[in-house]
Design a protein around this ligand. Structure first.
Ligand code: FAD
Length: 280
């Protein structure tokens, strides 16, 4: 850790913007967040490589801030040769870390590709590039939606950590116990690497609800009731969201979480309000 690094070990995720206005806004957001000395930034990757060029452009843009930036990379629907080319390009561009994922097959897309699960992608990256990259993988404290149950999912998670990942970042969740339970289960299977909680700010209940259904993140009943009660009052939703997410983050840190990774949705204000509420 550099002496400059934020004491809570925070990191921030962006998605590749698709418009000029989105790109301009992201540069402002990048600078505001870089000023907090995060450990790293990361940039998402579209299913089946659909944002490959935009992910690379965005990595270049956000890394100009001087913050180490990790592209996400998914293997589903890709051939090894394509992945090899991308790894070579990233190496040439000075990228030092990656978030390695299986991804989801876009509907209507043909072949699954040569690598079926994230553990195979981690093995592939290690075989092709040795220790060049720090590799993060995804973890699901409330279970991946396709997993038979949490225990099977943790076994699969342990497999990809043992394939050579350096750390994990979790799917977002709103129940701290789910995270601690998942970490206990992973440690029992011999996983010693850091498991960083992924944190989703609450700003728009309709979008959050739709997204949570798709990715299997549970919005607890008490939170749903409260958020539904606010209707269209976006100020009340934002205030409730800041309070609830700040309390969650503080519990995670107090319970030993080794950092926090924020899903920024390319906005700085909601995550900074949370960060500013936290104490180390
Ligand atoms: P895997 O770890 O391969 O797991 C997928 C499923 O297969 C699980 O149910 C698991 O239990 C099971 N499984 C795993 N290995 C095996 C095995 N060897 N044998 C049998 N079953 C197995 N999506 C994007 O499209 N772009 C992104 O940039 C992106 N970033 C993300 C970042 C984070 C931090 C997280 C948590 C998710 C992200 N996702 C992203 C979503 C992710 O792509 C999906 O959740 C996807 O469905 C699973 O990817 P994975 O890498 O977790 O898959």
């Amino acid at each position: 850790m550099s002496s400059q690094e934020h004491p809570l070990g925070i990191s921030f995720e962006f998605f590749p913007p698709s418009t000029d206005a989105g790109r301009d806004k992201l540069m402002l957001v990048r600078d505001e967040l870089a000023a907090r000395n995060p450990r790293f930034f990361s940039v998402t990757y579209g299913a089946g490589g659909s944002t490959q060029a935009r992910t690379r452009d965005t990595v270049r843009t956000v890394s100009q801030s001087g913050v180490q930036t990790a592209p996400h990379l998914s293997c589903i629907g890709s051939e090894k040769a394509q992945l090899r080319d991308l790894l070579t390009q990233y190496r040439e561009e000075g990228v030092k870390s990656l978030v390695a994922l299986r991804g989801d097959m876009p509907s209507g897309m043909g072949s699954i590709g040569e690598l079926r699960y994230a553990n195979e992608l981690v093995e592939f990256i290690r075989a092709e590039t040795g220790d060049h990259f720090d590799i993060a993988v995804a973890a699901y404290p409330e279970s991946h939606p396709q997993a038979a149950n949490l225990d099977r999912d943790v076994e699969n998670f342990a497999r990809k950590m043992k394939a050579g990942a350096n750390m994990a970042i979790t799917q977002y969740f709103f129940t701290a116990e789910a995270y601690f339970n998942f970490v206990d289960k992973a440690r029992a299977l011999g996983v010693n690497q850091p498991i960083i909680p992924g944190i989703m700010p609450i700003t728009n209940y309709t979008k959050l609800s739709r997204f949570s259904d798709a990715c299997g993140a549970e919005i607890p009943r008490w939170m749903r009731k409260q958020l539904e009660g606010y209707g269209d009052d976006s100020d009340a939703i934002a205030k409730f969201g800041t309070d609830a997410v700040s309390r969650l983050c503080q519990r995670l840190l107090d319970g030993g979480a080794p950092g926090l990774h924020f899903y920024t949705l390319n906005q700085s204000a909601p995550v900074l309000k949370v960060v500013d509420n936290l104490v180390g």
